[in-house]
Ligand binder design. Sequence first.
Ligand code: ZN
Length: 301
Amino acid sequence: VTGTAGPLLGCIEGGGTKFVLGILTTDRHVLARHSIATGDGPDTIDAAIAWLRSQSMRLGPIAAIGIASFGPADVDPHSPHYGTITGTPKQGWRNVDMAGSFARAFGAPAAFDTDVNGAAMAESRWGAAVGQRIAAYVTVGTGIGAGVVVDGVPLRGLSHPEMGHILPRRHPDDRDFPGICAVHGDCLEGLASGPAIAARWGASLSDLPTDHPAHAITAFYIAQLCLSLQALCEPGRIVIGGGVSLTPHFHERMADETARLGAGYFRGKPQHIIVPPGLGINSGLMGAYALALDALGTVPS
Ligand code: ZN
């Protein structure tokens, strides 16, 4: 790979438990890849910069940076706090300036968005949602979130969407669990994220027997997000990733339940549009890469 022509892109997938780092070419070759455990903000960013710098010494200068991060975060490019983690309860991350830290370290432009917006961009450009005007990427893991892209551009309003915090109808066999969302209790994330499943049943979904009621109850809640996405914007694909989605038959269950709740009303057939990531575990890093390409577009040639 030495002698590779073209600019190099520094890509950072900032997750709650780990950061995945990569240096890629503009034709999507991964020249180097590494992951580090997520500690507090300054330590994690320092470690990420140190690794990227060591690789850059070997491979060449980094021309642009993309960061696809956990949130809540400021994703407004016109804001003075663009690229900053905002109201997180996460230790050592509040008001940490992610985009600015990387941009200053490498003297390069940095584009920043949420992990799910990034993954939605990547899946619609290169993955399971290629050719779809509207595509959604949902993560079901430590938290629940979703990003939506329209013609390749992620939805951003006053801030990024927070679809994990919709309030679902309660399952008849799940009346008593109060939910674990620190803000809303029994919002979707409070009822169906990995930690909510662990709090209710003492195990991860994939460790529970296939006939355990947890599967149907979780599907009932996640399907309500899929149904809401259909009702709100009729995406051509709803790509579902995240740790909980690795449970065997997860996507089939979500599709069947979404079809049952939707009662045939919507144009998209859930069994067709609800799919696993086409980019597999690389959706997140490729999301950062999509953002880095955007950042590169801002470099005067
Ligand atoms: Zn909530």
